[in-house]
Design a protein around this ligand. Structure first.
Ligand code: DC
Length: 232
């Protein structure tokens, strides 16, 4: 069983994907974390992330290893766990241009397919989240979900997550506005890039989580996955 969950930033993809993996006893792969790890590497090496040729020339360098436990997913670059730093503002600001570079996508798509093949060879299924999973990476997935939420709901969730990471309980209004602007900027790049733009894959089921709790969205997706598996 392979479940592809695509959608824009802040749609609740990560929490939903992990919840679905837990509910169904599946592994979990966060492909966004792989693009973030690649962006982290470029920043660490002083590569200009707005220079596609420079980024492309070095896309083959880092070793990237993802673990697939939905309760504690990690990602390492050249043996260093970067799970925390890839969530910081520097990487978030750099990742969309890095993810638009064809050589980066070629390398990461190959790594993603290999990670999925390894899990399947071990007799388990997997939930894979990203932007192009159902359309490009795993077009034969058992079930494909396109998860969205209204921009305002997405910005509020992402700002609350960021505030939690910074030790505050609630985001201040300025950071909410900044988060909304940053989400909109990333959406624009992710949806209009030439290679594998964010799009609803053929055969995907659209789930709008704007008015649902996380548990409700997870239950809906589990129902869709079970129905798709039963049809196979
Ligand atoms: O889901 P996220 O915010 O961690 O994704 C980080 C960036 O990576 C975002 O700009 C979109 C990009 N991405 C992508 O292009 N393809 C994927 N399969 C996953 C993420």
């Amino acid at each position: 069983m392979v479940v592809a969950i695509d959608g824009p930033s802040g749609s609740g993809k990560s929490s939903t994907s992990r919840g679905v993996a837990r509910a169904l006893g599946l592994a979990y792969l966060d492909t966004g974390a792989m693009y973030r790890a690649m962006a982290w590497y470029m920043l660490d090496r002083g590569v200009d992330v707005h220079d596609p040729a420079a980024v492309g020339a070095r896309a083959g360098e880092p070793s990237l290893v993802s673990t697939t436990d939905p309760d504690a997913p990690t990602i390492a670059v050249d043996g260093v766990d970067v799970s925390e730093p890839i969530r910081g503002a520097a990487v978030t600001g750099a990742v969309s241009p890095v993810a638009a570079v064809p050589a980066v996508r070629e390398r990461l798509v190959a790594l993603q397919r290999a990670a999925v093949a390894e899990v399947l060879a071990g007799g388990r299924g997997i939930v894979v989240e990203g932007r192009d999973i159902g359309s490009v990476v795993l077009p034969d997935a058992t079930a494909k979900i396109y998860l969205t939420a209204d921009p305002a709901a997405r910005a509020a969730r992402r700002a609350a997550e960021d505030a939690g990471r910074d030790g505050a309980d609630v985001p201040d209004p300025t950071s909410l506005e900044a988060t909304a602007a940053s989400l909109a900027a990333r959406d624009a790049i992710d949806s209009t890039r030439a290679v594998s733009p964010l799009t609803m894959a053929e055969g995907a089921v659209h789930v709008d989580g704007t008015h649902d709790t996380l548990d409700e969205v997870i239950a809906r997706v589990v129902g869709i996955v079970e129905a798709a598996a039963a049809r196979r």
